[in-house]
Structure formats: C-alpha cells, structure tokens
Design a protein around this ligand. Sequence first.
Ligand code: FMN
Length: 205
Amino acid sequence: MPARLLILFAHPGLQKSRVHRVLMNAAAALAGVTFHDLCERYPDFYIDVKAEQALLLEHDAIIFQHPFYWYSAPAIVKEWQDQVLQYGFAYGQGGTALRGKITLSVLSTGGSEESYRADTADHFTVRRLLAPFEQTARHCGMDYLAPCVFHGADGLDDAGLAAIVNEYVRLITALRDGTLNRAAARNCERLNADLSRIISNGAAA
Ligand SMILES: Cc1cc2nc3c(=O)[nH]c(=O)nc-3n(C[C@H](O)[C@H](O)[C@H](O)COP(=O)(O)O)c2cc1C
C-alpha cells in the first residue's frame, strides 16, 4: 500500500515565490499526495483544530513545506503546532494519534549550503536549527527524518529550478512508495544531498 502523504504548506509571500511555486505545481501532479496550503486556508490564523486533526489521522506521513524564515518556519506553522498538537491527541495520556507517522521538513533557504556550517555566516546546519521540530516529533512518537533543503533558493536559474523539482519529485515519490531507506534518512544532515544513497529499490526499513 502506498503511504498517504500530507504536505502542510506555508508561504506568506507566495505571489513572489519561484521555488515553492514550481514545487507546488509538481506536488499537485502526484497521486497519493494531499497538498494543504495553510496560508490560503487560514488567512486570519484561526485554525480549525478538529479539521486539522482529522487530516492528520488520514495520512501516514506529515511534511512541513515552507521557505526558511528567520532560521525557522513562517508564523502560521507555529500557530498550527500550538493549536493542533493537543494533549490527549498528539501526546500525554491517550495522545497516540501521531505515533509511528513519518515527519520531515521540505525547505528552501536564501543562504547557500556553505553558509550553513559552524565556521560560516549562519553557524548551524539547517538540521540543527530545526531541533524544535525534531524534538516535537519525538515527543509525539513520530518518525523524524532529516530535512530536504534547497539552498541558495533566491539565485536559482531555470536549470536550477528544474533540478530541484526533480529531487523533490524523487523524494516525495520514494516516501509514498516506501522506497526510502528510513535508517539512512533519519541519520543524514539533508535528505537531498545524496538521494541515490537514501532511495533504494526495496521496501523502507
Ligand atoms: C521574512 C523572511 C525571512 C527569511 N529568513 C531567512 C533565513 O533565516 N535564512 C535564509 O537562508 N533565508 C531566509 N529568507 C529567504 C527565503 O528563505 C527565500 O527567499 C525563500 O526560501 C525562496 O523561496 P521562494 O522562491 O519560494 O519564495 C527569508 C525571507 C523572508 C521574506
């Protein structure tokens, strides 16, 4: 059975987007993927908690997709976490709804890959900066995978955009079809740094 994928998308400046615009068009063409635009659905930030929890229950893998904003996510993602990941649903007594589900982030950054290192401008890798996402996932019993990060997003030409769409489609398809090597995907820094190693022909471990 293919996994049911839920993409929780947030881009407050979508009208100016190049990267996520092409990624959302690619996602729309993939079977078995629910693309849920949080900014479009909740322009006033009033999250429908029951509807969001129902969506989570219907899917096997939860993907946060957004541009990197101030080393984290756009504000609506935090609001979504604060409202939806309730005690008794996501954690605590009886809070087992998300247990065992895969989760990961798909991000674009203005900064280059080289700048996201200890000795350079941004000081931390994106994976380290996402520690609150990783620990939130663990707290909810989820299977946290390394992020897929598209660096240098503002400077991509058409060939660069086509290359990231290709990586994105390979990754989403492998997640859906269970051909991602989950052990490798849990332990690397950035999923799309070496997709050939992380995607196998067999079933996910
Ligand atoms: C409010 C804001 C905050 C941003 N913060 C960061 C940041 O912390 N690190 C970074 O590398 N890029 C940052 N950027 C750049 C965006 O991540 C980049 O423009 C975006 O990923 C490009 O994707 P798009 O073409 O879909 O808009 C920021 C942009 C905005 C508007």
